[in-house]
Design a binder for this molecule. Structure first.
Ligand SMILES: C[S@@+](CC[C@H](N)C(=O)[O-])C[C@H]1O[C@@H](n2cnc3c(N)ncnc32)[C@H](O)[C@@H]1O
Length: 351
């Protein structure tokens, strides 16, 4: 059992991250209103009741994150895992990048992408500046800022929310308890910069882990993060999650974090279908993405503000979508879902 001091340190760290995130957003919003008022998004005021609900959900998330570490699902050290030095160095770049983001927002320019891009290699819906991100997902520069930007966006809760995939993944993999842990293959779909894979690696030290993403630049960043782990040889593949370059039935577990809300409805179903295809019967899919209107109506204003501030063209459709029905349509059974602050986690089994 970890000592109470470690728990206190974890709580203090999370509170510190939350303060930095809130302060950063306050100051940057004021600055934007001053410097680039045309681009300032018109957000709705957060009702006091919702603020209370958010604080309570945040506290519950921290408690669960701690409890699951104590239960041995992942090491307590994972709660402190972050590239602090790297983020400290990159933080000024986040500020320097803001004017170009404001500019794109005020110009309503959502296709400001690198000019040397081979656009035939990507689906149309992908060729946009999601979140008004400089270069979209298509440059090393974008990949170098992404993790820190997400940490700030979620006030330091991005990693605790990603970690919620670990428990259902481990539970699902019990279907293969007769195999040695090194025979289990787990695929992280839309792995981005590999933060989820880093969490899963801590929980499954022997499993074969594979990450897939459309962005070579984000995979290069994932390679950097994952290569820091002792003895890790990252297995990263560039490809479209709708038609993945893996054999049918070749995975025992699949995770997919924060992808669904960035896809049009047909692509969402195609990705779920392909996750089903690559899983071996008995295998588990764990999806994590934004909460939705049906499960978290109390956070409707936060969801609405999210799409007002960031370019998220499919988010409104996503929050009303029936993911359970999509999982069932793909052939999954044993569908379960839980919500943790702003993230909903589904798990489902291939019969
Ligand atoms: C919001 S990010 C999430 C990344 C990562 N899972 C995380 O938790 O930070 C969405 C990711 O999905 C990837 N992506 C979007 N559409 C894709 C597709 N059709 N196939 C594969 N990757 C895709 C993007 O390149 C990006 O890395």
């Amino acid at each position: 059992m970890a000592d109470p001091l470690t728990k206190l340190a974890y709580q203090a760290l999370q509170q510190g991250k939350s303060l930095v995130g809130v302060a950063h957003k306050e100051v940057s919003t004021k600055l934007m209103e001053l410097v680039a008022p045309k681009g300032a998004p018109k957000t709705l005021p957060i009702p006091p009741q919702m603020l209370g609900d958010l604080q309570a959900s945040n506290a519950a998330l921290m408690e669960l994150d701690w409890e699951e570490a104590e239960q041995g699902l992942y090491p307590t050290s994972l709660l402190f895992d972050a590239p602090w030095l790297d983020w400290a160095v990159r933080y000024p770049m986040v500020w320097l990048d803001m004017p170009s983001t404001w500019n794109r927002r005020s110009e309503r320019n959502v296709t400001d992408l690198p000019t040397d891009l081979d656009s035939d290699s990507y689906p149309d819906y992908y060729l946009q500046n999601f979140h008004h991100q400089t270069d979209g997902y298509l440059s090393d520069y974008s990949a170098s800022l992404y993790d820190l930007q997400v940490e700030i966006l979620f006030n330091g809760t991005a990693e605790p929310m990603r970690r919620r995939v670990i428990k259902p993944l481990i539970q699902g993999l019990r279907a293969f308890a007769d195999r040695s842990p090194s025979q289990l293959r787990v695929l992280d779909v839309a792995t981005g910069t590999g933060r989820t894979l880093r969490q899963v690696r801590a929980a499954l030290p022997q499993a074969q882990l594979v990450g897939l993403d459309l962005s070579a630049a984000y995979l290069r960043q994932a390679n950097r993060w994952l290569s820091q782990l002792p003895n890790e040889l990252p297995q990263l593949v560039q490809g479209n999650a709708e038609t993945m370059p893996f054999a049918s039935g070749s995975m025992q577990g699949v995770t997919c974090v924060f992808l669904m809300h960035e896809l049009p409805a047909e692509a969402r179903q195609a990705v779920i279908n392909d996750c089903f295809r690559v899983l071996e019967p008995g295998g588990v899919l764990v999806l994590a993405d934004s909460v939705q209107l049906a499960d978290s109506p109390q956070f409707e204003t936060a969801m609405d503000n999210f799409r007002r501030v960031f370019h998220e063209p499919y988010y409104r459709d996503y929050i009303g979508d029936d993911i359970d029905a999509r999982l069932a349509a793909a052939g999954f059974s044993g569908i379960r879902a839980t919500s943790h602050l702003m993230t909903r986690v589904w798990s489902a089994t291939k019969p």
